[in-house]
Each structure stands twice: as structure tokens, then as C-alpha cells.
Design a protein around this ligand. Structure first.
Ligand code: SF4
Length: 406
């Protein structure tokens, strides 16, 4: 059976390491030029080299986003950047602007090009257009149903990538001017302020300052909200539809998010590929995804044109667990060195999670600083010596339950 790729975001080096350790086959990241997600801590050239070395040493792939729409002066500067990038031999560039596409083809013709979701590829003829022009892969628009993905697959030999998890836009695959219009932060430069999720009210022009609430139900209005996408239950159908790469959204998300989402999709994909006939969706996968900060989940447009589902529900984040620490190293007798990310205390229960769906709840015992000074609280960024459960590994993450998952 074909082995589709699991593609995870890498907002910085730490998240990249998490993505690799928790099961990604490939990562995507931004350089410090021309990629969307301007607020993500993007990679400089030396950092890209370091990232490439790490990824290739793990036998995986690395894709660089160059998916902004460029203005004339920016396009002129692209040549030089591509020249600097070329020796790094990254596996592919993710591109949206046809001008960027043509420039990459000219300056670095050996480089694989993937068409970004911003290109809004919705049919096989579009995919073939990009393939004939030299593109290797297209990320299909999130608006397509499963049936339509199958139809695209039947009419193109380009590789097909789809988003399976993460935030969605109410606008057509990110082509949105709302944030640019309201706060001069362009979504197409990666600076979206998520204005669609703000709270809006109605005001009559002769009564300034009198805000009338818009109520769809007792909690308010959700006229521009979208749910988060979660397609873990549909991986078999997507594999059978011929999807080559499953992409997780979220270069702005934290290390815990990247690790926890990637390991669930890794487990589900491996389970299906090992035994397609005997495959059953494990309820733990969905439970684990509920433990990550998210808006209400939905299937997007996959099963049919479910506009009502995409636009309904509120956009308040559900957060049932706090990420409190990362295991840096293990010493003798299960004593480990942990870097704190949130406060935690002796006596409380934490959960340790690791790659391969490894997880265990344990009570925090006594804690000490690296200089063996006793600690009554673990602070963010502090290094803490503490007893960890058997089987713990460097790179494992610690979390604390703060509310019931949905
Ligand atoms: S304002 Fe909302 S719909 Fe528009 S680009 Fe930002 S997240 Fe997407």
C-alpha cells in the first residue's frame, strides 16, 4: 500500500524536533523572507541549515514556505534569496504566487515546488496546469468534499496534499481582507489578527455608541466563526481517495500542540496502513485531540457542503490541559531533569506523554533545583530535578488537567 506522508508544522527548532520525535514524515517551516505567518519565529539561513541537517539525519523531509504574494520590489529581492537558499538543498518550496513559482523555476529549477492552499486548487485541470508548469504537488482547497478530492485524483498525476487538522478560515482558503481592512494586518502576509472571531455588535447610525447585540442564540452570534478542522476519523477514506500527504495546520502553535496532534495522526495512519481491513478508529485518538487547546471540531466540507456546520458554534477555545514541562534528560533510578513551562507543585497529578501514544499519570514527588536545592514550586523556564515514571524519555512532555475535556 502507498505510504502517505504526515506533514507537520515547525514554527521553530524546538517544535521541529517535537514534530520529528512524535511521528511526522515531513515538516514545513518559514524562512525570514517571503513566507506567510510573519509572526511565527521564522528561520534564518543558518537555522534553516541546522533544521535541514536535523530533518535529513532523521530520514525525513523539509519544505520551506515561500507562499506570500509579492509586490514588485519584493519579487526583485527573491532572486538573491533563492540563490542563498539553493546550497541548502531543502526538499521543496511551498509557493502560491505564480511570479514566485516562475522565479523558483528559473533560479533553482531542480527544486521541487508544492502549490500552497492559497492557490485555491479545486479541480484536476488546475492541478494538471501546475504539474505541467513544473509543480510537484498541490495542496487542495479546504472547501473540497471527499467526492471532489477523488475526482481531482482521477484527473491529475500531481501529488495531492490536504489539511487534516487545525484552524480554518471563514474566507475562501485564506483569501480574506477583513484583518487588513480593520487593523492593517494582511492575512496574505501572514499577519492575520483573526478579526472574523472578534465580537461584533450592531449600531444604528443616529445612535452612536449604543451597541445592539446580535443574537443567534443565548450566547451571542457566530456569523463569521469557523470550527477547527479534525479529520482523524476520515484517514482511511482519504488514503483510499489517493491523498499523498496529510497536513497539520499550525506554525504558530506551541510545542505541546505539535507533539500531541502529530502523535495522534501518526498512530491512526500507522494503524490503518498496517491492517486496512481490520482498522478501527481508536476512541483514544479523539480523546487526545480533545485535550489540546482548540475550537469546537468539525469535518469542514469533507463529507458534503456543510455550511451550517462550518459557521455555527462558538469560537471560544476549549482548553482542558496545561502544558507544564518538558523532560530534558534522565538520570539514574528514574530521576529526570525537567524544564518548566508552567507552574506545578509537589503532590499534584501530572500526565507524561511521549511518542507512540505513550502516556501515564503520576503524582509529583519532591523537587529540587539543579544545585539540589529543595523546591516547593516548579516555575516556568526553571530546571527541575524530579522523579519521573518508568519508561520516561528525553523529549516527553508533562501536562496538567485543568478542566474536563469535551
Ligand atoms: S480574519 Fe478570519 S477568515 Fe480572515 S484570514 Fe483571518 S482567520 Fe481567516
Amino acid at each position: 500500500m502507498r505510504q502517505p506522508e504526515l506533514l507537520a508544522p515547525a514554527g521553530d527548532l524546538e517544535k521541529l524536533e517535537a514534530a520529528l520525535a512524535y511521528g511526522a514524515d515531513a515538516v514545513y517551516l518559514g524562512g525570514d523572507h517571503f513566507g506567510l505567518r510573519a509572526l511565527a519565529s521564522n528561520f534564518s539561513l543558518p537555522q534553516l541549515k541546522q533544521a535541514k541537517d536535523l530533518v535529513h539525519a532523521a530520514g525525513k523531509k523539509i519544505y520551506l514556505t515561500l507562499n506570500a504574494s509579492l509586490r514588485p520590489a519584493e519579487l526583485a529581492a527573491l532572486n538573491g534569496y533563492l540563490e542563498e537558499l539553493r546550497p541548502l538543498e531543502l526538499d521543496a518550496y511551498i509557493v502560491a504566487d505564480p511570479g514566485v513559482f516562475a522565479t523558483v523555476r528559473r533560479v533553482d529549477p531542480a527544486r521541487e515546488i508544492h502549490l500552497s492552499t492559497q492557490v485555491n486548487t479545486t479541480n484536476g485541470a488546475s492541478a494538471e496546469f501546475w504539474r505541467a508548469a513544473g509543480g510537484k504537488r498541490v495542496n487542495l482547497a479546504r472547501e473540497l468534499s471527499l467526492e471532489e478530492i477523488r475526482a481531482v485524483r482521477a484527473t491529475t498525476t500531481a501529488e495531492i496534499e490536504v489539511f487534516v487538522h487545525g484552524a480554518q478560515c471563514v474566507a475562501y482558503s485564506g483569501r480574506c481582507l477583513l484583518s487588513a481592512a480593520l487593523v492593517d494586518r494582511s492575512a496574505n502576509s501572514g499577519l492575520c489578527a483573526q478579526s472574523c472571531r472578534w465580537r461584533y455588535a450592531l449600531m444604528e447610525e443616529k445612535r452612536p455608541g449604543q451597541y445592539l447585540s446580535i443574537e443567534e442564540d443565548s450566547r451571542g452570534s457566530y456569523i463569521m466563526n469557523s470550527r477547527d478542522l479534525c479529520l482523524v476519523d476520515y484517514l482511511p477514506q482519504l488514503v483510499e481517495a489517493g491523498v499523498d500527504s496529510f497536513k497539520i495546520e499550525g506554525r504558530m502553535k506551541g510545542r505541546y500542540y505539535v507533539a500531541a496532534v502529530t502523535r495522534v495522526y501518526r498512530a491512526a495512519l500507522d494503524c490503518y496502513l498496517a491492517d486496512p481491513e481490520g482498522y478501527r478508529c481508536d476512541p483514544v485518538w479523539r480523546q487526545e485531540l480533545e485535550k489540546i487547546s482548540h475550537r469546537p471540531y468539525g469535518n469542514g466540507f469533507l463529507t458534503e457542503a456543510q455550511d451550517a456546520q462550518v459557521h455555527s458554534g462558538d469560537s471560544i477555545y476549549r482548553r482542558s490541559y496545561d502544558f507544564v514541562g518538558v523532560v530534558l534528560s534522565l538520570g539514574e533510578n528514574g530521576r529526570g531533569l525537567v524544564e518548566g513551562r508552567n507552574r506545578f507543585f509537589p503532590g499534584e497529578d501530572l500526565e507524561l506523554i511521549g511518542p507512540g501514544m505513550r502516556q501515564v499519570t503520576f503524582p509529583v514527588g519532591s523537587m529540587a533545583s539543579e544545585k539540589e536545592q529543595p523546591l516547593t514550586v516548579a516555575q516556568p523556564n526553571a530546571r527541575i530535578l524530579m522523579q519521573l515514571p518508568p519508561g520516561s524519555q528525553p523529549g516527553d512532555l508533562l501536562r496538567r488537567q485543568v478542566a474536563s475535556p469535551d
